[in-house]
Design a protein around this ligand. Sequence first.
Ligand SMILES: *[C@@H]1O[C@H](CO)[C@@H](O)[C@H](O)[C@H]1NC(C)=O
Ligand SMILES: *[C@@H]1O[C@H](CO)[C@@H](O)[C@H](O)[C@H]1NC(C)=O
Ligand SMILES: *[C@@H]1O[C@H](CO)[C@@H](O)[C@H](O)[C@H]1NC(C)=O
Ligand SMILES: [Zn+2]
Length: 303
Amino acid sequence: MFRLFPPLVSMLLLLLVVAASSGIANATPWCGSERPLAQLHPRVDASEHFTPRHHAHARARGQGEKPTTVVPIAWHVVYNKKAGNVSSATIQKQVRKLDDVYSKTLGIKFEIANITRTRSDWAQTALTLSYLKDSASRQMREALHTGGPGTINVYSLDFPDARGIELKGYSSFPEDISRSPKLDGISFDYKTMPGQIRNGTTSIGMTLVHEMGHAFGLQHTFVGGCDGEGDGVEDTPAQQFPTGYTSGCPVGQVDSCPNLPGKDDVSNIMNYVPQHCYRPYGFTKGQIARMKTLSSEYRGFTF
Ligand SMILES: *[C@@H]1O[C@H](CO)[C@@H](O)[C@H](O)[C@H]1NC(C)=O
Ligand SMILES: *[C@@H]1O[C@H](CO)[C@@H](O)[C@H](O)[C@H]1NC(C)=O
Ligand SMILES: *[C@@H]1O[C@H](CO)[C@@H](O)[C@H](O)[C@H]1NC(C)=O
Ligand SMILES: [Zn+2]
C-alpha cells in the first residue's frame, strides 16, 4: 500500500507536519489540502493556451450563446445529529454562492445532480484527508462516491465547533483522480454553509468556494513559502504564511516575502482570512488559467 500510493502517504505525513508546526505560523490550518507543487501539475502561466479534450459537459444555453459548462455536484449529507441533516434549501443556497463566484471567473455553473443522506458517525470520524485503507474518510468516500471525474462529490460533515479547532474542510486534487477515483471530492463542515452558525458567527459559504478551488487544481497562495515555484501560478505574489485570523482585513499591508515582488494577496480566495475578508471573485488571472487547464485535463470540462 505504501508502494502504491507514495504521494498520498507523503501528503498525509505533510499534514501531520503542518499540524505540528502550526504554532509557528500565525494561523492553524483550516483547510487540509496541502501538498508541495513538486508532486502536482507544474506551473501554469496566465497566457498558457489550454486544449479542451472533451465536450461531454458543455451544454448550449439558447441559440447563439456560448455553451456554458454545467458541473454536476453529487451532494452527500452525512450527519449524526439533527442539525447536520441540512435542508435542500440550504444546499441550494450554497450552490448559488458557488455559481456566483465561478460563473464570473470560469464561466461555469453547478447543478445538484443528486443528494444522498446518511446517518453515520462518519459525520465526525471522517474529518481528515486520509487515504489509508482503514480510515473513516476512505470508507465513507468508497461507500458514497458516485459519478466520474466530471462530477464533484461534496460531503457535508459535522466538524467540532471551533474553540481551538479550525479545520473546516479539505479537497482532493484533480491530479489524484486517476489513481484514486473513488476518493475524489470535498469534505467540509456544514456549519460553514450560508446561514449556518459556526463558533457564534453566521456563515456565508466561503469554505466550499475555497475547497472548489482545490478541486479545480489550485493550491494555497502560501504553498512553498518564499521559495521555488510556490502555488504554480505566475501572478500570485510569494507568501510565506497564511494571513490567518486578524482584526480587520490587512489588504495591501502584509509582505511576508519582502525580498520578492508583490505584497501578500490577502483577500485571495486561496488564502486563509476571516470569511468577510475575501474579495468578490478573488482569483487572479493566473489562478483562473490554472483552474481551466487542470480541470479540462483531469475532469474533462470545457470553457
Ligand atoms: C433528514 O432530512 C430529510 C430531508 O429534509 C428528511 O426527509 C429526513 O427525515 C431527515 N432525517 C432525520 C433523521 O431527521
Ligand atoms: C449522481 O449524479 C452523477 C452526475 O450526474 C451521476 O453520474 C450519478 O450516477 C448519480 N448518482 C445517482 C446515485 O443517481
Ligand atoms: C471562535 O470564537 C472565539 C470567541 O469569539 C474566538 O476567540 C476564536 O478565535 C474563534 N475561533 C475561530 C476558529 O474562529
Ligand atoms: Zn485550502
